[in-house]
Ligand binder design. Structure first.
Ligand SMILES: Cc1cc2nc3c(=O)[nH]c(=O)nc-3n(C[C@H](O)[C@H](O)[C@H](O)COP(=O)(O)OP(=O)(O)OC[C@H]3O[C@@H](n4cnc5c(N)ncnc54)[C@H](O)[C@@H]3O)c2cc1C
Ligand code: SF4
Length: 511
């Protein structure tokens, strides 16, 4: 007889999980389940599914070794009901358990499903975050706008990170982003990211995923992710010793064929629960204090985790289940086929999608300023953009993906996350990458067939949303620049944009 079932989801693989901390090994049983309901809808990247299932199987073995009774449902187990709640009910029937204990999931659909179960469910706070949902709500209360920068400063004070003896920000500034805008060049030395050889457990998962999800977008092999805490910690160690020092300056850079640069690639491990965010933050600070990393790099890395990661999670919790349906700019165009690997002449888009397909990963500036920027300029329906990001990235879970996509990237929340839309012409991509030098479009032209599509779409976007953005003080200069373009040129630019959008709609020209 089991007293309670303890649910452990695929992104809750942390020994300190609140649901485990409040359970009793002698009386309770852990439920873990690989189910089609999660892996197949939306159709997630095969590498992401394999990463989660392999990490789950390793974590279940760890729990068993520590004396937990684990009721583990493999995807192809004959009795598997293929949904999380179905598996909880099945295990309750089998064991006689009368209650469920769960750490609150980071997905509103799953929260609603748990709350609707016909047996009592105790939902606990996810204490792995450094700001609680209630704490974030208190911080947000009464503020006209929610800006990451001010939240981040509070978090720095709360956890005493990068402060001097007087409690002031180390080096005199809170944020060193202005020093982090260097473009990369291909002759830079760049470390090779660590690759982990699949063990027997992971090989079995790869066979299963290769068989069951062959029609999903993305390459399953080579599979080199860490799937245990010990290996994820090795990946973190590699980042701190090899890449952190250059992380800051090259944070926004992009290079053809280089899918890593100096990024950490730690987001999947953090989001699955294999790494502890505060430990990474403290380690980055220690690298700076030991003189092994400049302040701009350590602060930049810490801001991403203590600032952005916690901020977007707070926004997700605050905004509720309707957030993913927001469409403030009224965009309705379908997502172009190029996002699923269809042909495109745009080198920037092709590179971002190639990396995504190969790795279930792309770095931030590719997500924001290439795929996100193009979708926003072209007026793609934010719900479609959200579904794409959620399915193709190994680190994508609703709590982190939705505010980044719906809010930061698509401005579909009307400015909750971002104070202005993240849009740019081709000039930004040309400055930060070597893409344009290898593109069949001309980044310096704004009109005509050979012109970089982002140039015409940029001015077209600004013009069609003038009523919303012209009064934004951060966009005054941009609108002044639009108004300075001579009328004939402006007509030619808009004609180029309209033709291009028609070509996307009819599929006449692969973007
Ligand atoms: C449209 C869009 C969608 C995104 N979707 C996701 C997503 O589904 N999951 C996800 O983890 N990140 C998402 N991001 C944020 C960011 O792109 C990734 O966290 C980052 O690229 C992960 O690679 P990395 O580990 O090498 O990051 P690094 O550049 O090394 O940064 C270090 C860590 O900071 C955290 N971080 C950095 N930026 C953000 C951010 N904006 N929001 C939250 N955490 C951040 C991540 O945990 C990351 O591992 C998205 C960004 C955009 C613009
Ligand atoms: S020219 Fe335009 S389309 Fe081509 S890579 Fe540069 S920004 Fe992208």
């Amino acid at each position: 007889m089991v007293r309670s079932l303890v649910l452990v989801l695929g992104d809750q693989l942390s020994p300190a999980l609140s649901a485990l901390a409040e359970a009793d090994k002698a009386q309770d049983a852990v439920v873990m389940a690989e189910v089609m309901g999660e892996a197949g809808s939306p159709k997630h990247h095969p590498k992401k599914i394999a990463l989660i299932f392999a990490a789950m199987r390793h974590f279940a073995a760890e729990l068993e070794a520590k004396g937990w009774r684990v009721l583990y449902s493999r995807l192809d187990d004959p009795g598997n009901s293929q949904s999380i709640t179905g598996e909880l009910l099945r295990r309750a029937c089998e064991t006689g358990a009368k209650a469920v204990r769960a750490t609150t999931p980071g997905d509103w659909r799953l929260i609603a499903a748990l709350d609707a179960l016909p047996i009592p469910v105790t939902r606990l706070e996810d204490t792995r975050f450094l700001a609680s949902a209630a704490g974030f709500a208190r911080w947000a209360k009464g503020r006209k706008t929610l800006r990451m920068e001010f939240f981040y400063r509070e978090m720095r004070r709360k956890y005493r990170i990068l402060l001097d003896d007087d409690g002031k920000p180390e080096g005199g500034k809170w944020n060193y982003d202005a020093e982090n805008r260097k473009p990369a060049s291909s002759d830079l030395f760049r470390p090779t990211p660590p690759a982990f050889t699949p063990d027997a457990i992971t090989v079995a998962v790869l066979d299963l995923v290769g068989h069951k999800f062959a029609d999903h977008f993305g390459l399953l092999h080579p599979f080199t992710f860490a799937v245990t805490r010990a290996d994820a910690e090795k990946a973190a160690e590699h980042f701190f010793t090899e890449s952190l020092a250059n992380f800051g300056p090259y944070q926004d850079a992009m290079l053809i064929g280089d899918d890593t640069l100096y990024h950490s690639l730690l987001s999947p491990y953090l989001n699955l629960g294999l790494l502890d965010p505060l430990a990474l933050i403290r380690r980055a600070e220690a690298e700076y204090r030991a003189g092994r990393a400049p302040l701009s790099s350590a602060e930049g890395f810490i801001r991403q985790i203590l600032g952005w990661r916690e901020f977007v999670r707070g926004i997700w919790a605050l905004q509720g289940p309707e957030y993913t349906k927001r469409n403030a700019l009224g965009h309705h165009r379908p997502l172009p086929a190029a996002y699923w690997g269809g042909e495109t002449k745009m080198t920037c888009l092709r590179e971002a999608v190639r990396a995504t397909r190969a790795n279930a990963h792309a770095h931030h500036i590719q997500r924001l300023m290439v795929t996100g920027n193009f979708a926003l300029l072209a007026g793609v329906a934010p719900g479609e953009v959200h579904a794409w990001y959620l399915s193709v990235y190994a680190d994508a879970f609703e709590w982190v993906e939705a505010p980044n996509t719906i809010g930061m990237s698509q401005f579909a929340d009307g400015g909750v996350v971002a104070s202005k839309p993240y849009v740019s012409s081709g000039a930004y991509i040309d400055r930060m990458s070597d893409y344009c030098r290898h593109c069949s479009y001309d980044v310096r032209s704004r009109s005509g067939e050979a012109a970089c599509p982002l140039n015409a779409l940029y001015w077209h976007f600004l013009s069609r949303h003038r009523a919303r953005f012209a009064a934004n003080p951060r966009m005054g200069l941009i609108y002044a620049a639009l108004d300075r373009i001579n009328p004939d040129d402006r007509r030619a630019i808009f004609a180029r944009a309209n033709t291009y959008l028609e070509q996307i709609d009819t599929g006449a020209d692969p973007v």
